[in-house]
Design a protein around this ligand. Structure first.
Ligand code: NAP
Ligand code: MG
Length: 490
């Protein structure tokens, strides 16, 4: 059925020390197309021995290899070349994300690819600007602080933005002179493998970036336990994130965890309701709701609740579900049958708790893992559909009375990743933004991210630390204080 699409599959083996290799135990796993359920191809499955080889390779590249010895300018040049190669290969990558992750072509063109390229260019610019400082502690000493690479980084990423999330980890780590072992999600390994091909072509020396597709509980688990790993940078579920933090604690490894969200999107009655409804629809339906910062709790001031729900339903009905390869498609499938069942179960539980289905609520179509865009209205914040991360195209709309109640509802959540608010009152906008417990607050918009801005949660089930921005350089560097004794001036 994809006869009209040119598909150029990447390498399907492991990238270890600059060479493509089969798994030591010769195992493979399937990756499938979520729009049809069909198997696309088999991928070498990294086992314990392969992870060991990948970490040893990354250690060698760090301790003996050319990467940390290069100047920042040279490292930056290679990262910029990788950005250029991604740019040249963009359509191929867009097709791979559509095939493997079910992402509509237009959305990946607009969002994931530009973001990945921008991220590499941004950190390429940092590579020769990572500086220490002289801190004059005492008159009898020259005291200064340098920044050194944190070491071997394990980057473990999920399936919802496969290429972009991988680049968010790799770009700052490499700019800082670290070496990396990347484990892509088992459901979406293809774009990471293509990234490996492009990285080799761009001149990344052997071992600097190893790519080890495989299963979380095998490849992922042995990677986080490996004593050769200094730092774990993880994006994924709270459950696995907490397990990683506990495991890392055994060796006091550093961790950055980007986990889930149940972001509140607050619409005050004085807002531009058409604009709010439009952007709030995108905020929950983009990527079929499989977005950590999805605006899944839409808080609407009572007097505007009916009007907003009506507009949101209209927005949902206009979405066109279908093949990610169809240019008309505006919403693709969920990633897997498991995810589809989970979303339907969440909706059923909401119904038992008394929420009203304003639209959607069911599986869509005969094949693939589609779910109808769904609006659940007149919810209360104690319902499971207001507290659990559904990770599907399901908006839970909760009415509120006044500013204080909106803030209280928004902050009553295990999550703290992002929030949005809509008002024409500038004082209310800033006052509310200050009061929200969230790593990002959007005012009169919902969802944009930028490489230059830090990204992460305020703790709880949204995780710890920040990706992106200047802050991410701290994730991948250690500080060293150097003390040179000068003695007394003659
Ligand atoms: P997940 O199950 O936690 O998987 C994430 C990654 O961890 C995958 O590569 C997975 O491998 C691996 N993994 C699983 N078990 C592991 C273990 N024991 N040791 C090491 N690695 C292990 O998450 P997901 O279901 O794929 O992704 C959805 C979640 O990610 C949502 O909760 C969402 O909110 C969150 N997310 C957060 C952000 C953010 O920036 N905060 C961004 C995107 C997604 P397998 O693929 O083989 O399971
Ligand atoms: Mg797949």
């Amino acid at each position: 059925m994809l006869d009209h699409v040119h598909i150029d599959l990447p390498e399907r083996r492991l990238l270890i020390h600059g060479a493509w290799t089969d798994a030591a135990n010769s195992l493979t796993f399937n990756t499938s197309n979520p729009a049809t359920g069909e198997v696309i191809t088999q991928i070498a499955e990294a086992g314990v021995l392969d992870i060991d080889a990948a970490v040893i390779s990354a250690r060698r590249a760090l301790d003996e290899g050319p990467w940390p010895q290069m100047t920042g300018v040279q490292r930056g040049r290679i990262l910029r070349r990788l950005a250029d190669f991604i740019e040249q290969d963009r359509e191929n990558l867009v097709v791979l994300e559509a095939l493997d992750a079910g992402k509509p072509l237009a959305a990946t063109r607009r969002q994931d690819l530009p973001a990945a390229i921008d991220c590499l260019e941004y950190y390429a610019g940092w590579a020769d600007k990572i500086a220490g400082e002289v801190i004059p502690a005492r008159p009898d000493a020259l005291t200064y602080v340098t920044r050194q690479p944190v070491g071997v980084v394990a980057a473990i990423v999920p399936w919802n933005f496969p290429l972009m999330n991988a680049v968010w980890k790799i770009a700052p780590a490499l700019a800082c002179g670290c070496t990396v072992v990347l484990k892509p999600a088992e459901l979406t390994p293809l774009s990471a493998l293509r990234l490996g091909e492009l990285a080799l072509a761009a001149g990344l020396p052997p071992g600097v970036l190893n790519i080890v597709p495989g299963l979380g509980n095998v490849a992922g688990q042995s990677l986080i336990e490996h004593p050769g790993v200094d730092k774990i940078s993880f994006t994924g579920s709270p459950q696995v994130g907490k397990h990683i933090m506990a495991t890392a604690a055994q060796q006091c490894k550093r961790v950055t965890l980007e986990l889930g969200g149940k972001s509140a999107n607050i619409i005050f009655a004085d807002a531009d309701l058409d604009a709010a409804a439009h952007a709030s629809g995108s905020g929950i339906f983009f990527n079929a709701g499989q977005v950590c910062s999805a605006g899944s709790r839409i808080l609407v001031q009572e007097s505007a609740h009916g009007a907003l729900v009506e507009r949101l339903v209209d927005r949902a009905r206009r979405l066109k579900l279908g093949s990610p390869f169809d240019p008309e498609t505006t919403m693709g499938p969920l990633i897997s049958a498991v995810q589809q069942e989970r979303v339907i179960r969440h909706i059923a539980r909401g119904l038992e708790e008394g929420v009203r289905v304003a639209c959607g609520g069911e599986v869509h179509g005969e094949q693939g893992y589609f779910v109808q865009p769904t609006v659940l209205a007149s919810a209360t914040n104690d319902m499971s559909v207001a507290q659990e991360e559904i990770f599907g195209p399901v908006a839970t709309v909760i009415p509120f009375k006044d500013d204080a109640e909106a803030i209280r509802i928004a902050n009553t959540s295990r999550y703290s990743l992002a929030a949005g608010l809509w008002t024409r009152d500038v004082t209310r906008a800033h006052r509310t933004a200050q009061a929200l417990r969230a790593g990002t607050v959007w005012i009169n918009t919902f969802g944009p991210t930028d490489t230059r801005l830090p990204w992460g949660g305020f703790g709880g089930d949204s995780g710890v630390g920040r990706d992106l921005g200047r802050t991410a350089l701290d994730n991948y560097t250690e500080q060293k204080a150097v003390w040179l004794h000068l003695g007394k001036a003659a």
